[in-house]
Design a protein. Sequence first.
Length: 656
Amino acid sequence: MIKRLSYLFLLLALIAIAALAALYGALRSQYATSLVNYLLNITHSEIQVEQASYTPPLQLTLEGVRYATDDSFYLPKAELWFAATLPSANSIQLDALVIEGANLALQSEQELSPLAQLTTRFTTRQLAIKHSDLSWGEVSARNVNVQIEQPIWKPRQGLPFGNIQFAADQLYYQGHALNNLLVDVNYQAQDSTVYGASFEWNGGQISGQAEQYPQGWSLINVTIDGLNLTQTQNELRWLNELAKSGWIRDINSLDILKSNLSYQGIELLNLDLSVEKITPSVSIWQQKQGYLSFNADTLNYQGEQFVAPSATLYFSPNNIEVAELDTDWQQGRVQLQGQVSPDAIQLKNLTISGAKWLDIGKEKLAAISHWGDKIADLTIDQLDINNAQLIQINDKPFWQASGVNVEGKQLAIKQNNKLGLWQGSLQITANSASYANYLSTQAIIEMSNKANIWQLDRLFLPLETGYIEASGSWDRQQLSAPWQLDFTVDGLPFEQQLTTLPAALHLSGISDWHGKLNGLAGDYSMFAHSLSGSIDASLRESQLSVLAPSKTAKQEKSEFSHDFALDKLMITADRGRIILNSPNETPSAQLAGKIDLAKPQLATVLLQLEDKCQRLQLDLSAKAYQIEDICPQLNTQQPLSNKQLNPQQSSLESSN
């Protein structure tokens, strides 16, 4: 019995050897292609090949691999390297499946199903694609080499799971070219890891690692060297879309070296930047514990150039700590430290040295004002401005200040969206300052606010022919906000074009003022019912001239011009009622008037000037005047103007 069984096993072995020999012989013959297609058919595969060849002991080469129901899928060459182990019950084991020279244009992951089918017919340890071109939606790659260890395909999956090494000469995405791309990734259903990736983009070399978490990818160590990025490159909208998508959970570490960037109105040249623990999908005010530092040769923003800027910033929810910010600006230097929140700025110190802002204009001032509208509160513990120069010659009136020095301590400059000195002390000096035709040298202003009581400790503005001096206080603690002001103006030149009917008047001269005023400033009603005090004034070396049109077109125009002086002009205010009066001892020039701040529309201010045979009566409140001849021999002549003053205000006597 044992002998018979031995013969039976020997016979089966011989049959198996004969079958293998027959299969081997068939694969080595011209019937190899037919045999392979037959085997694929009986396994219910829709794959067919144009040519098959066998190279002992373990290599099978297939050429012209097609998918029966899809003519667009075509593999020029595929090599199957069989494992040196017996087949399992379910599949044949392959050491490697190598695809070479393919050109795959895919529209969806279903189009990879033939490749998935080909690999799942075997237990494949390694899938490789060599020297192939791929395109898939917005992505295309040239001369691709891919190696996938232990590929695992899932339904409707475009790329199998596994350890993947990917290389391509060039990869395109949304019009952007990534050159010499290399990726080493452990691709899994979750918690994938990019061990290393590198490529060239816009002149820059980019490399790094990444890890996948349920919330998205974390960029572990990314370095960008020599990047040149301009705003014209489709405005890089995809960067915003990528940041908002949440695909990148956080940037653990990012370094940008020697790069030139132009993005969203900011241009940076030769930038070095380091970023840590930043979440791109949320705003800067929602960062948990971010860090950013940078330096550059230049930074350009909204027409302003900053030279050699550098900064170190720390991010936390609704707060940015500026550990340091240093830059050259307008030929000077700016340094600051402090805290920034969405609607407030708290600076520890701000130092500006030697700045020369020579191109101040309406647009730049409007831009600063617009930016400042977003800030409700602004405080500066220590402010130092040294030897600054400001010039505005774009729009009249022109003004400038040079040799400006500012020292401030514990300042609150904006509070609840209102500008002012709400706290602290401030001293401002200038070697020279001018506004329109006014020039001052060695000017100084000192003010302070403590416990909401504002003090003008000193204001002294030397003029070419005199000076301006003032002091005062304003108590904001009280609802009524009482205030008082003492001032002296000596030798202040003035020149004014007055819009009156029937023609404009030109008034010029030198004025002196000395006054003490007080009142309440809680609102306008309080101010209008509380203004009190007195002012002693005088106008000297003054001139008023007018060219008035004649009554009829045939008569010539008559010109009135008169040099005059007003001494001992008294202005008194009593609870908002103001009286102006000049002495009668100078009959050639008189001024008088009454103003009730509670009823400003009823104000009356009259100026009368006499020159030889002419008298001018000017109603400043009504912006009207008349000129008449007063010489006896000319009484029969008509007034030069048919514009009459208000009957109730026709003479200085009636107003007095």
